[in-house]
Design a protein around this ligand. Structure first.
Ligand code: ATP
Ligand code: MG
Length: 417
């Protein structure tokens, strides 16, 4: 993509009313637009990062047998009454509205009800199980606080997977697979080393649920971390009994601020009972379907990366989720020789399907570099009169700051492999 055609522009001034670092950087770099508190639009650069995160999550969900679908945002009140979650006293984040005929509907905050009910059409016998279904879908939640930029929104994308199993044993096996898939996701996104599997409250059906908590001062949660064991306990559940249970020692735990970037939860038969989802076993006896749910907010993950990996110059994307693989920058000379070579290089790269943002604008080198630092594309390739004298380009890695000169032929063979 030619940067001269990119309609978003970087801005130097901090956006008004924005207290979070992630939103401040993402707005200034042209990744997102704030509509109102907790409501953000994704612009071309932001959508590219979001889609990369979604792509990684999708691969990991497919690898554990997930089948992707897409459920509706409008929710049937009757279903939610069956699970006793329609009332605003029980679920205080509802956005509700009314149809022209007076029927009340809700905007989905989560999808256990809808999917459990839907599965009644498909789950009858033990042969129909297990089923792992997931989606990337917009959730609506009337959150009280919305001061964390894209980490806490009132409208946000969620990956939610729901598992339907024959019994606790089958559920437990899948639950462990899902846990490992989540570990893979955060590793691939570049925050694995600061993301802790955190024991949290389990609801009625299991002792604990597991949250994936990434250490950051911008987080709203407090967790107690055992760095050696790479385990953590949410402050909400920390007590002597839990420590005993998990074989943790209080003196080895350090309290840290963190953000929940995902969670996995055993649901038992809470929803299948309420909505009457059963199956018949080998002997023809009616049995309970055992469920679990597994959530990740890709936008929250993106905001977290913006918080924890950025520096004083701007965003720093890991290669795996960088909006473009390469930020190609031409520094013009008077004769226009650089432009010809830069155009040629750009065409070679895009012909090989390499994602390149090419800064071909007629602006000062300093401005190009400052913009590039703010935008945070993982690899910068500079072509100038100086580099061309040696038939080379200069490569700068955004994250390490390491600079190397490479012959253009070498550079191409490295990237076009
Ligand atoms: P929190 O305690 O932070 O409100 P939650 O327990 O409500 O999170 P879930 O309902 O389990 O979270 O949602 C699954 C995932 O969706 C979370 O782990 C998080 O990554 C993401 N998520 C939840 N709420 C929001 C939000 N308001 N904005 C953006 N992402 C969110
Ligand atoms: Mg919440």
């Amino acid at each position: 993509m030619l940067q001269s055609l990119l309609f978003t522009k970087t801005r130097k001034d901090a956006p008004k009313d924005e207290v979070s670092k992630n939103a401040d950087l993402l707005i200034r770099a042209g990744y997102i637009h704030k509509e109102m508190a907790g409501v953000y639009s994704y612009l071309p650069l932001g959508l590219r990062v979001m889609n990369k995160i979604v792509g990684i999550i999708r691969e990991e969900m497919n690898a554990i047998g997930g089948q992707e679908l897409s459920l509706t945002a409008l929710q049937d009140k009757n279903l939610w009454e069956k699970t006793n979650r329609w009332s605003d006293e029980v679920l205080d984040v509802w956005f509700k509205t009314t149809l022209k005929n007076g029927t009340e509907v809700g905007l989905g905050t989560t999808h256990e009800e809808e999917l459990t009910n839907l599965m009644k059409d498909f789950i009858h016998s033990y042969r129909d199980l297990p089923i792992y279904a997931y989606q990337f879908q917009t959730k609506f939640r009337n959150e009280t606080r919305a001061k964390s930029g894209i980490m806490r929104c009132r409208e946000f994308l969620m990956k939610d997977l729901y598992s339907f199993c024959r019994d606790d044993k089958e559920h437990a096996v899948f639950y462990e697979k899902a846990k490992q898939a989540y570990v893979n996701i955060y590793n691939r996104i570049g925050i694995g080393d600061i993301t802790y599997i955190t024991f949290s409250s389990g609801g009625t059906f299991s002792k604990y649920s597991h949250e994936f908590q990434t250490l950051t001062e911008a987080g709203e949660d407090s967790i107690f971390v055992d760095e050696k064991k790479k385990m953590a306990v949410n402050k909400e559940v920390l007590n002597d009994e839990v420590l005993n249970d998990l074989e943790l020692k209080r003196e080895n735990l350090v309290e840290k601020k963190a953000v929940e970037v995902g969670n996995i939860f055993s649901l038992g038969s809470k929803f299948s009972d309420a909505l009457d989802l059963t199956y018949s076993d080998e002997k023809g006896n009616k049995q309970k379907v055992i469920m679990g749910c597994y959530g990740i907010g890709p936008g929250r993950v993106m905001g977290t990366v913006a918080e924890v990996l950025s520096d004083d110059k701007g965003l720093v994307w890991p290669e795996s989720i960088s909006p473009f693989a390469i930020h190609l920058i031409s520094i013009e000379d008077k004769e226009g020789k650089v432009l010809t070579s830069a155009n040629e290089l750009y065409n070679r790269l895009i012909a090989s399907n390499i994602e390149v943002l090419y800064d071909n604008r007629d602006v000062r080198a300093g401005e190009k570099f400052a913009d590039s630092d703010l935008m945070g594309i993982s690899i910068r390739v500079i072509i100038s009169e100086k580099t061309l004298k040696e038939d080379s380009v200069e490569i700068k890695h955004r994250s390490s700051g390491v600079i190397e000169m490479l012959k253009i032929t070498e550079f191409l063979s490295k990237f076009l492999k």
